[in-house]
Structure formats: C-alpha cells, structure tokens
Design a protein around this ligand. Structure first.
Ligand code: ADP
Length: 626
C-alpha cells in the first residue's frame, strides 16, 4: 500500500524487481539526463492524485514545498495540480486532464514533475508529451515492486516506501517480551492476500518463537469477535483489509479501527495512517519524511547531480495513548521512536504559564510585603504623630490657660466675693432679733450658685491643663464645643472689652474628633482674633463665632473679628510654625490648629472680611448620621 493502493512484494514481483534494478544499476540509465536551467528559477510541478483534502498526499506535498522553499531560499517556482482521480477515475477524465494540463503548461513547462502516489506516476508517464517533454519525473509514495509493475521508464526515479512487517513485529516484541501468541490479520482482497503471503515469508523466522495464527478469510464481524477473544499475551499485526470475506469493501484503517476498539491484545501495523485508529504503532514511512526525501531528490536533479531511486527513511511511530492503554513502557521503545499524542506533563504543558504565574505571585508577594512594611511604618508614624500632637496640644492648652489666667482669676474672684458678701449679709441678718429666715434661705441659694460658678471655672481650667494619654475620638455636636469655648473665653473677652457673638446653625452638627482638640482650635483662633483687635476702638471689638453646613457633607466653623486683618501675602504663611508678628508670640497657635484639623480630615484657611477684619474658616467632615 502506497498512499492508497500500491502493492506489496510478492515472490514473483520480487524477482522482476531484482532483474529490473540490476539492469538499471548496470547501465546507469536512472541518472541519465542532467538538467540545465538558464536565466530563470526552476519550475517544479507537484501532481497530487486526489483532491486537496486527502491528508496523506497533501502532508507529503507540503513537506516537499517546505523543503524546496527552505533550501532554495524561495528561488523556485512551485506548481500544484490535483488530479482528483478517486472521484473521477474514468479514462475521459484522465484524457481531459492531460489535454488541459498540456495547454496550461505549454509556455511554462516544468523542469521537474513530482508524482505523488501510484496514480500520479502512471498519469504523468503516459501523458508526458506536451506537458513535461523535457522534465525529470520523480515519484514517491509507493513500493519498489509497484514501481516495477508500472513499468516506469528508466529515467523516472523516486523515493520508494517499503513496508517491512518484520520491523513492526520487532517493535511489538520489544514492547511485549512476555507475549506467547502472534496473530496476523489480513483481508480478502487480492492486495490483502498478497500482503499475507509476503508476511508469511518475512515473518517465517520470527513466528517460530510464538504460537502463530493467521486471521484471514473472515468477515469484519468475525475479525472483531476473534480479536476481542485474544489472550492479553498476544501480539497482533494488522496488514490491510480492503475487503472482508463477505466481499465488503473497506478503507483499511477504518476496518482496523473497528477491530482495535474491542481487541483483547495490542495491535500493530506498518502504516502511519493506522496511528490514531487504535493501533499501538509500527515501522512506517511518515509522509513528511517521504516529502523531504523527494525534495532532496529534486534538489539534486536541479543541481545537475546524478540521481537514482532511494528508500524513504522508515521510522518507528507509536501512539502514546495506546501505550498507556495496554500498560506498555515507553522505555522499551527503539531509540528514535516518535511518540504521537504524547500528553505533555503539567510542567511541559503549562511551563510558561507557571513561570509567568510564579513571577506574578512573587512580584505580588514583594509588593504586598512592601505595602505591609509601609503600612506598619505608617501606623507607627501615625501613633507617634498622635502622641506628638497630644503633647503639643497639651503645651498649647497650658499656654492658653496661662494667657487666660488673669481673666480666670477675675472670674473666680467674682463668685468668691459674692459668697463672702452673702455670708456677711447672712451673719448680720442672723444677729437681728427676728431674723428673716426666707431671706437667709435665698442667700444660701445664691451662695450655692456662686460656688457652682467657681467650681465651673476651676473645672474648665483643670480641663485645659489635664494631660491625657491618648486621643479620645468621639462624636459630638460642634455647636456644644463652640459654646463651651466661648464660655472659657468669656472672662477674657470681658476683660478686653470684646463683644463675643455666637451664631450657631440651629441644628446638631455631629463631628467625629477629639473634643478637647477642636475646642483648642477655637480657643487659638479666638485669642488671635482678640489680639488683633487691641488697636481697635473698644466699642468696635467684635468676635463672631459661626457654624454652618458646607458642601460635601461637611460643617464649617468660622471665627471672624473686626481687627486689622491679615496682609494677603501672609494668608498662608500665618500657618507656618514660628510665624508671628507679635512681640511675645510663639508663632505656634495656627500651626497647631492646622495639625489638629488635618488630623481629623478637615481643612483650615484664613481670609479677610470685606468690611474689615480677618476670618478663619475650619471645615470638618460631618460624622455619619449627621
Ligand atoms: P502667635 O499668635 O503666637 O503669633 P499664631 O500661629 O497663633 O502665633 O499666629 C501667627 C500670626 O498670624 C500672628 O502673629 C498674627 O500675625 C497672625 N494672625 C493670626 N490670627 C490673626 C487675626 N485674627 N488677625 C490678624 N492676624 C492674625
């Protein structure tokens, strides 16, 4: 069998072949004509026997093309013709094709015609005139015996394919050293019978080691049943089944597939087309190696070298899935065996994906580790900055307490003085003959109230001076804190003749922060405002504390005064640490205020009012639910 239905050697043809090749060898006619191509690239016509869907010929043809184009660097003119003889086997079609091709190639006759398969060879040899008058014909894809049967002219040479069943049998022996039985399967067509006869001769010595049975003259169902019953320690060699004993025609590999599906032992065959049809493998001529061999002959011809027919290289080819199916070891394969359908290992299959994934994971790991370190650093820095802030704010509070001490003392004096006067008045009343007990009771209530006032002043002072270990974040109403700050400043404002006006938005304004810190911001801004009004006439000193809603779920607190205002060039620099225009100033009040506000996600900025005086605005996020 060549590409389709070449013939195997029978004893008679073998003799013919020997004689024929003897003459060829003696007279050297196989290498007679040498080629001379001047001023153009060589033209090579590839003749395919069937249509372009027949894998065997197209695979060989592709291998020819690839090789020729590679070696010549593309400096070759390749033509392809598909004779379509499987669908149009009639004489008329052949004649029509011959006429058509002669006319087509009249002005561009090929230098070499490659005839793939027996039918192509027969066609071109018969119709050489007009189509390939001066061309060398090189065939491929059938056996030496078939070549002899075709009675090809002596200058027609090619790559011959021999199907050596013994080599396939040896492959089976290597894979199944424990096998005791040998079965040879062959069909009932002439070709099948000739093959069986050849196998009997070729396997004569080999089969002595086994209990050998030739499965022949069977129907396809009988083949299938018998194969299914075979003991596991059997070697099965499949030749061809073009026809079974009932006269039913087959494409051999289809018949082999049916048998192999339920066979009880591994099946081997000498054709590459059997691979993927259930056979383990065999010693075969692969179509690509055939193509390469033909192409090399063509190249030699074009180079003007002497050429003669060569054997296409045989290769052991196995189906790795069948090895697995039968538990055969790939280690027992002859060196150089091609394993088809070999499943790649996970590593082989996904090597690049794995490497890429590992690289990504590693990179991610590094980034994550970096981010964690960074986060830890940031946390540490945040904790440190909180402690700093606490300390700084505490110092700031102490300074404020110091600054307010005069007015606080004054505020304390007031209730204490009142208590004293009330106590003296009560003593006088008690010394009278008819003391007015109602009045004394009223005096005692007043004393209690004054005591409460004094207590409030002291606790405010204490809250300013109290040192805390950590920031105490809580949600509170900004209006409450503003009111409390105004209370603390009340005495000082009074002392300085500043009218303080609170203008709170009449609704709760929840803010999440440390209350004491926000209060300190208000105290800093308000004391600055009062400082700025020192030069203003006493009746014009006004301090306004307002709250309002701002865009984006925020609240705004503004503190404005009627002082001298801030030069535009200093509107931002006033927040820099140590910036001061006061003879005894520290330049820290505003920078601390900014640090506090930013800690709680807010902003602070300064501006000037159109009617004169400065305005400081603080914006803080409204707490959830606010
Ligand atoms: P200090 O009060 O110790 O100077 P601050 O940081 O509180 O430090 O203020 C920095 C400077 O900003 C003040 O010296 C003053 O020049 C200016 N400033 C602050 N508030 C006002 C204001 N309401 N009106 C005018 N200038 C102001």
């Amino acid at each position: 069998m060549g590409f389709h239905n070449g013939k195997v050697r029978s004893r008679q043809v073998r003799w013919c072949a020997a004689i024929c090749w003897f003459f060829i060898a003696i007279f050297g006619t196989a290498a007679s004509s040498s080629m001379e191509i001047v001023g153009r690239v060589p033209r090579v016509l590839i003749l395919y026997p069937y249509d372009e869907r027949i894998a065997a010929t197209t695979e060989a043809g592709e291998a020819v093309r690839t090789r020729l184009l590679d070696v010549t660097g593309g400096k070759i003119d390749l033509f392809s013709e598909f004779l379509d003889l499987s669908r149009f086997p009639e004489r008329e079609h052949l004649q029509r094709m011959a006429r058509y091709l002669s006319a087509k190639y009249a002005d561009r006759q090929p230098d070499v015609v490659i005839a793939l398969g027996e039918e192509s060879a027969r066609f071109i040899v018969r119709n050489r005139g007009g189509l390939a008058d001066h061309a060398r014909i090189i065939f491929g894809g059938f056996s030496r015996a078939t070549a002899n049967d075709l009675k090809l002219p002596s200058d027609v040479i090619g790559a011959v394919s021999e199907f050596d069943i013994l080599k396939t049998a040896e492959l089976a022996r290597r894979l199944q050293p424990e096998a005791r039985h040998l079965y040879i399967i062959g069909g009932s067509a002439d070709f099948d019978r000739a093959w069986l006869a050849t196998a009997r001769t070729d396997l004569a010595a080999f089969s002595k080691d086994y209990e050998t049975t030739y499965l022949e003259d069977l129907t396809i169902d009988e083949f299938t049943r018998r194969a299914a019953e075979l003991p596991r320690d059997s070697i099965v060699l499949a030749l061809t089944i073009f026809k079974d004993s009932s006269g039913r025609n087959f494409i051999p590999r289809e018949a082999i597939r049916q048998i192999a599906q339920t066979a009880g032992a591994p099946i081997y065959g000498p054709y590459p087309t059997y691979i993927n049809y259930g056979v383990v493998g065999g010693n075969v001529v692969t179509f690509s190696s055939l193509g390469t061999t033909i192409a090399d002959l063509v190249l030699d011809v074009i180079a003007g070298k002497e050429v003669s027919s060569v054997d296409s290289p045989q290769t052991y080819v196995v189906d790795a899935r069948q090895l697995r199916r039968w538990g055969l070891s790939a280690a027992d394969l002859p060196p150089g065996t091609v394993q088809m359908f070999k499943e790649k290992t996970f590593w082989e299959q996904y090597r690049y994906v794995i490497v890429a994934a590992l690289a990504v994971i590693t990179a991610q790991g590094v980034v994550i580790a970096g981010l964690l370190v960074e986060r830890r650093r940031r946390r540490k820095a945040q904790v440190e900055s909180h402690h700093r802030l606490l300390e700084v704010v505490h110092l700031n509070q102490s300074a404020t307490a110091g600054a307010l001490s005069a007015s606080i003392a004054h505020e304390l004096n007031q209730p204490l003085g009142a208590i004293r006067s009330n106590a003296e008045a009560a003593a006088v009343i008690l010394r009278s003959k008819t003391p007015d007990l109602k009045l004394i009771e009223q005096i005692l209530v007043d004393i209690q109230d004054d005591d409460q006032r004094a207590h409030d002043v002291i606790s405010q002072m204490r809250s300013l001076l109290k040192k805390r270990g950590d920031i105490d974040c809580q949600t509170f109403d900004l209006n409450d804190v503003a009111a409390n700050a105004i209370k603390i400043l009340h005495g000082e404002a009074l002392r300085r003749g500043v009218a303080v006006r609170a203008n709170p938005l009449p609704r709760k304004l929840p803010v999440r922060a440390d209350k004491v810190h926000v209060q300190q911001v208000i105290l800093n801004l308000a004391t600055n405002a009062m400082d700025a009004m020192l030069d203003v006439a006493a009746c014009d000193r006004r301090l306004i504390v307002e709250t309002a809603l701002a865009r984006g779920s925020k609240v705004e607190l503004s503190i404005s005064d009627t002082g001298r205002g801030i030069p535009d060039s200093q509107l931002t620099s006033v927040f820099e640490p140590f910036f001061t225009t006061k003879p005894t100033g520290t330049g820290l009040g505003l920078s601390i205020a900014r640090a506090i506000v930013e800690t709680y996600g807010g902003k602070i900025w300064a501006g000037n009012r159109p009617e004169g005086g400065a305005v400081f605005r603080v914006v803080l996020p409204l707490a959830r639910g606010g």
